[in-house]
Design a protein around this ligand. Structure first.
Ligand SMILES: Nc1ncnc2c1ncn2[C@@H]1O[C@H](COP(=O)(O)OP(=O)(O)OP(=O)(O)O)[C@@H](O)[C@H]1O
Length: 509
């Protein structure tokens, strides 16, 4: 982060220096105009004709110069005193030029292997949040190779040069060498401003986005007051998520809007963060939605288990240790604080009618932990403490953070959490409706229509069944006829139970 901002301020300086040079050129033309005006007043006709001829000669030369090209050299390594890393920030070798890496990453997407007979296959190193690196394969140009990129109607011409004669270091930073490499960006001089103010920043942000897409996602769990990360390969995506289509789109739009609003958050002086409250019965896909959000944004997940956090300073440290572009998740927030039901409801009360196992198991686990003593240590953290930390810390450090609370019981939540403006979006994950069913059957059986669909649609309209239960039935057989039959039977049985319990209530004294 520090390195990034340092590098952007370096970039700003370079941009200023370049603009000054352009401004000087502009004032030279202004002097020329002034001189023309004075000459008109002071010189005799013959002399003026001679001057006109001279001026037209110079203009023709200048005209040719207007067609001149400007070239920006982007070296792989910067001079020592220009490097943002010299101040001890960031990772990597001390004089690596980030813009070179960004341009190379960007150009790899522009190179057409079919039109370039000779290409280099090289790699670049992406630094992960935890400091580890991953290698990425890149198509790159050969020494002297060039390509043209069209941006906003302007042609930008790129050439890859290597004064070291090709023995460089496409093997990269670790491979030794590489100091003699550069990329040359040339364009018509009149487009200098577009190049520096639009094209170069566009390359930087595109490269950052590409690296983000490539990066392996991680999920961090808190253990002993510290985060432990493992790779996160949850397959959930918004495509596979079974939920109301309009709500799904609303969540997606909200996330995308959030990503684009850095300037907006800065302008209004608010921390660049967003909060979501996901609520609904067990097995309706709250955890799947969290995973889909992380996959969509390419953000790491920090799954905070508050039962392992006993004091505010540990909580604070955990929050500070989170990286930017990350999601903090606190599941089952209704049973996480002393102010609410610390012991949680009894397992038998909380497992709902469908007897969801994972839910019951979780409570049984918490009950066991409680009796084993891990809950006996007095916990001093409170919901308001947590919310204050998030508001306070996150507004002064870090950006692009998302916080998600999940609960099966929205009505049990502390009103502080439900206050307007606290959680930006409340998302209800409900029972499986018709649209959700169609998504599930497409996920599991690649099917869009079936003779049993009308019957199942009717049943889903009257039976409360979770997407988890429907998924389980659909997975009972690879034969879709059998799977749908199993599901229909299950739904009929559930409908019978519903009717029976309704009947009991009706006849009860
Ligand atoms: N809306 C859904 N879309 C797709 N699959 C779902 C959905 N809901 C549940 N599933 C399936 O059921 C499994 C369990 O669902 P998930 O853990 O996401 O539900 P949950 O609401 O978070 O439950 P809990 O409250 O018990 O944590 C998922 O791994 C997925 O296979």
């Amino acid at each position: 982060m520090a390195a990034a901002s340092s590098s952007s301020s370096e970039g700003a300086k370079v941009l200023d220096a370049y603009k000054n040079a352009l401004a000087t050129a502009a004032s030279v033309s202004a002097y020329a105009m002034l001189a023309r005006g004075m000459a008109r007043e002071l010189l005799p006709d013959e002399l003026r004709a001679a001057v006109r001829w001279g001026a037209s000669f110079v203009r023709s030369r200048l005209g040719a110069r207007e067609k001149e090209r400007h070239t920006i050299i982007i070296r792989r390594t910067m001079e020592k005193n220009l490097s943002p890393y010299d101040h001890g920030h960031g990772h990597g070798p001390s004089n690596q030029n980030n813009l070179f890496d960004a341009a190379r990453t960007y150009l790899a997407t522009k190179i057409n292997p079919r039109t370039m007979p000779r290409l280099c296959l090289s790699h670049s190193r992406a630094v992960e949040h935890d400091g580890s690196t991953t290698l990425r394969l890149l198509l790159a140009m050969e020494e002297g190779g060039s390509t043209t990129d069209d941006f906003e109607g302007v042609e930008f011409h790129w050439t890859y040069m290597d004064a070291g004669g090709g023995d460089n270091g496409n093997l990269g930073r670790g491979g030794g060498g590489g100091g003699s490499e550069s990329l040359e960006l040339s364009f018509d001089a009149e487009h200098a401003e577009t190049a520096l103010e639009k094209y170069v920043p566009f390359i930087m942000s595109t490269a950052e986005e590409l690296s983000r897409q490539d990066r392996a996602l991680k999920i961090f769990l808190n253990e002993g007051g510290m985060w432990q990360g493992i790779n996160h390969h949850h397959p959930a995506s918004f495509d596979t998520l079974a939920m109301d289509p309009a709500l799904k789109q609303a969540v997606l739009d909200d996330l995308d809007r959030f990503l684009k609003r850095k300037d907006y958050y800065q302008r209004i002086g608010k921390a660049w963060k967003r909060g979501y409250l996901l609520f609904g019965p067990p097995g309706t896909g709250k955890s799947s939605l969290v995973a889909a959000m992380a996959n969509h944004l390419r953000f790491n997940l920090y799954d905070l288990d508050l039962s392992g956090v006993y004091d505010n300073s540990t909580l604070q440290r955990l929050l500070i240790d989170m990286s930017n572009k990350s999601i903090l998740v606190i599941e089952d927030i209704d049973c996480s604080f002393d102010t609410m039901s610390r012991e949680g409801p009894k397992a038998t009360d909380t497992a709902d009618a469908d007897g969801d196992n994972s839910f019951r198991e979780r409570y049984e686990y918490r009950d066991r932990e409680y009796h084993r003593g891990s809950y006996h240590q007095e916990r001093k953290i409170t919901l308001s403490g947590l919310l204050n930390f998030i508001d306070g810390l996150w507004s002064t450090s870090g950006e692009e953070r998302i916080i998600i609370f999940t609960t099966n019981y929205k009505d049990r939540l502390d009103p502080a959490l439900l206050r307007p403006g606290r959680m930006d979006m409340h998302v209800y994950m409900g029972y499986c409706g018709w649209d959700a069913f169609k998504t599930l059957v497409r996920n599991y059986h690649l099917l869009d229509d079936h003779r049993m669909f009308p019957e199942i649609q009717e049943l889903l309209a009257v039976v409360e069944v979770t997407p988890a239960e429907v998924s389980e039935m659909l997975l009972r057989s690879e034969d879709v006829d059998v799977a749908l039959q199993v599901l229909a039977e299950f739904l009929k049985e559930r409908r019978g139970e519903t009717k029976e319990s309704k009947h009991k209530h009706d006849v009860a004294p």
